[in-house]
Design a protein around this ligand. Structure first.
Ligand code: GDP
Ligand code: MG
Length: 436
């Protein structure tokens, strides 16, 4: 997915501003990428329409290119779609009752163990795991092994074939043993089926859980959406758990499920180790789906550091061919404010790897700044003033030799004439100078 999105964004890189045309193209590419990632077409369409609306209404930020700004918009919209902020998880009851439901193999038992471990180690709770899978004795063994690993008691009744009474007895057990959370791991079937649904619904009715978590394998794509809808209809669950995010997972599941059932995704789980449970953060998931966390932070950094008004002023000066050493110095300072040049460039997709072995240092900029600093304000504003005797003074003051200074002055003149040339072109803009 992220490769496709990257190429979608590439399409509008270098364009002068976010226009209706390049938005339409980008939006089409993003939509295709989402559909390929198993996001339902209708959802992908509604989502990209929203992005389009936002992009058209947004002001062009002068200092970053529109491609990057689109990434930011897409990321923000994705985050909003997946719930905005992380949601509450209710473990205030005594005991708090948590019912776990989902298809067989979705990761319920593994998640139950992880949740117990999380509540015990991170929330200071005293959990009791309950084995309510009445069909497979191996499921009880599995939970007991996990319980042993994390030091959490497991309640089971091997001869009892009634999930409801097991759950009720477990609550009594929890009270008598001072356990303040019980996690009921139920049986699943390979596909949605009436017996399974009725059984879980009966447990729900009998114990009135504080949380009902629907566990879903994030690798099941489109099917995950249908399963989620079926479970939600019967159980009206309170949250979703996405498992197996460590695999070659398609980010589409998170998006579609949230959109379809409109229930918060509360946890995400990757791996079989008991300590790999994460609270679900919509923003991180959006970044994961985009695969472009770094690019997004680059855009945010630029938004913080660059003053749009300053950039507009600069552009005007360039247009009038008034760009001078004072302006140049301001530009350098803007770049420096954003941090280490190499780090910044490394955030651009595709560039990072190439840059790894290249030696870029900020010292090159320091030398240039030193030369500008050794000029008087008049010289900076009017470079034509710089005659041989002034050159000598500037070179000495900046610790550079005359050759280096001459080279720099020549480069500056070349840059200026290039700007002049570009200004004559309709979309003419100096790369790196304000708008791109
Ligand atoms: P249940 O039938 O819903 O209880 O599912 P299980 O918890 O027994 O998990 C089914 C299989 O998926 C087991 O082999 C687990 O080890 C594996 N599994 C569960 N969660 C994850 C996960 O987050 N990542 C990976 N890679 N495997 C998982
Ligand atoms: Mg199980």
């Amino acid at each position: 997915l992220s490769e496709k999105l990257e190429s979608a964004f590439k399409n509008i890189k270098g364009e002068g501003r976010i226009s209706e045309l390049n938005i339409a193209n980008t939006v089409k590419d993003i939509r295709r990428a989402l559909v390929d990632a198993d996001v339902n077409y209708k959802i992908a369409k509604e989502f990209t329409d929203k992005v389009k609306e936002t992009a058209l209404g947004s002001k062009v930020l002068l200092s970053v290119n529109p491609g990057q700004q689109m990434v930011k918009i897409v990321q923000d919209e994705l985050t909003a779609l997946m719930g905005g902020t992380e949601s509450e998880f209710n473990v205030t009851g005594n005991p708090a009752i948590i019912l776990i439901a989902g298809l067989q193999g979705s990761g319920k038992t593994t998640f139950s163990g992880k949740l117990a471990n999380y509540l015990k180690t991170k929330k200071g709770k005293s959990p009791l795991l309950v084995a309510a899978d009445i069909y497979r004795p191996a499921a009880i063994d599995q939970l007991e092994v996990l319980g042993g690993q994390i030091g959490v008691d497991v309640y089971s009744e091997r001869e009892n074939k009634d999930a409801v009474s097991i759950a009720q007895n477990a609550i009594k057990e929890a009270r008598s043993k001072n356990k303040n959370v019980i996690i009921i791991d139920t049986a699943g079937r390979l596909a949605v089926d009436e017996v399974m649904m009725t059984e879980v619904a009966n447990v729900k009715a009998a114990v009135n859980p504080h949380e009902i978590l629907f566990v879903v394998d994030s690798m099941t794509g489109q099917d995950a959406v249908n399963t989620a809808a079926a479970f939600n209809e019967r159980l009206d669950f309170s949250g979703v758990v996405l498992t197996k995010l460590d695999g070659d997972t398609r980010g589409g599941a998170a998006l579609s499920i949230k959109y379809t059932v409109n229930k918060p995704i509360k946890f995400m789980s990757s791996g079989e180790k008991m300590d790999t449970l994460d609270v679900f953060y919509p923003e991180r998931m959006a970044q994961r789906i985009l695969g472009m966390g770094d690019i997004v932070s680059l855009v945010e950094k630029a938004q913080e550091q660059f003053d749009a008004a300053e950039a507009a002023k600069l552009e005007k000066r360039i247009r009038k061919n008034q760009f001078d050493f004072e302006d140049f110095k301001t530009q350098l300072q803007q770049i420096k404010k954003m941090g280490n040049i190499k780090d910044l460039m490394g955030m651009i997709p595709g560039v990072g790897k190439q840059l790894k072995d290249v030696d870029i240092n900020d010292d090159a900029f320091k030398g240039i700044e030193a030369m500008i600093n050794s000029m008087t304000i008049e010289e900076r504003r009017n470079p034509d003033l710089i005659n041989p005797s002034r050159k000598n003074r500037i070179a000495k003051g900046s610790g550079k030799d005359l050759n280096e200074l001459n080279q720099f002055l020549k480069q500056f003149e070349q840059m200026k004439s290039m700007m002049k040339m570009m200004n004559k072109m309709p979309m003419g803009r100096m790369p790196g100078m304000g708008r791109r």
